[in-house]
Design a binder for this molecule. Sequence first.
Ligand SMILES: O=C(CO)COP(=O)(O)O
Length: 253
Amino acid sequence: MSRQMIAGNWKMNGLTAEADALAAALLRGVGERAGAPGAELLVCPPFTQIAAVSRLLAGSDIRVGGQDCSMHEKGAHTGDVSPSMLRDLGATHVILGHSERRQNHNELDETVREKCVAARRAGLVPIVCVGETAEQRSADGHEETVGWQLKGSLPDGFADEEAIVAYEPVWAIGTGRTATAEDVAAMHGFIRAELKRQFSESGEKVRILYGGSVNAGNAATLLAIPEVGGALVGGASLKPDDFLQILSAAQGG
Ligand SMILES: O=C(CO)COP(=O)(O)O
């Protein structure tokens, strides 16, 4: 299996002192592992901390990403942040279409696709999130939901070596209720098949992360599932020891 990615989504957490301490602890932890083959490591702080965290992590193997960006390059978009502004602060990646944005900001697949185009144009790697709600799963609509999200959210030309999709079942986010290994295997297999249908053989290149209550205790099981290319971690990414344990469970390739 190729190198996995462990990505931390800090969500709306981290005042300056907390963000600095978290970045410093990760830097120390990764430094202690020097020489060990490792997964790719990414942290996505809130926008306000990206510049400081990027500076702290400069020169390390830990990369920094945003949690969202505008679909516009610049102009009259009060409060929005463009992809090139994220790049300017040192970000290399951006999470797009997270279910919290889809729910709280009414982001549609089309919005996510346009943001994805803008992010790629600015040189950012988008991490496009998909996943069904509890209602959709209990109505057996999980594959249909995720299938439509993939079709609607991923632009033409998306599937290159860097491309990343995250499967995050909404009911597993922040609930402590992880999807079972069988569910994860089935959905990642389904997503791979859909990506190949959408992008032909290039669909093989896309890394598929799992997200939803990943923690130090369940990471090894989840990361060993075929087609799981890494993890997108919320709550546990705010605890450096837990996040580093998740990193240890990942496959370095
Ligand atoms: O939403 C998530 C990552 O983007 C997952 O959050 P939790 O790990 O807190 O469930």
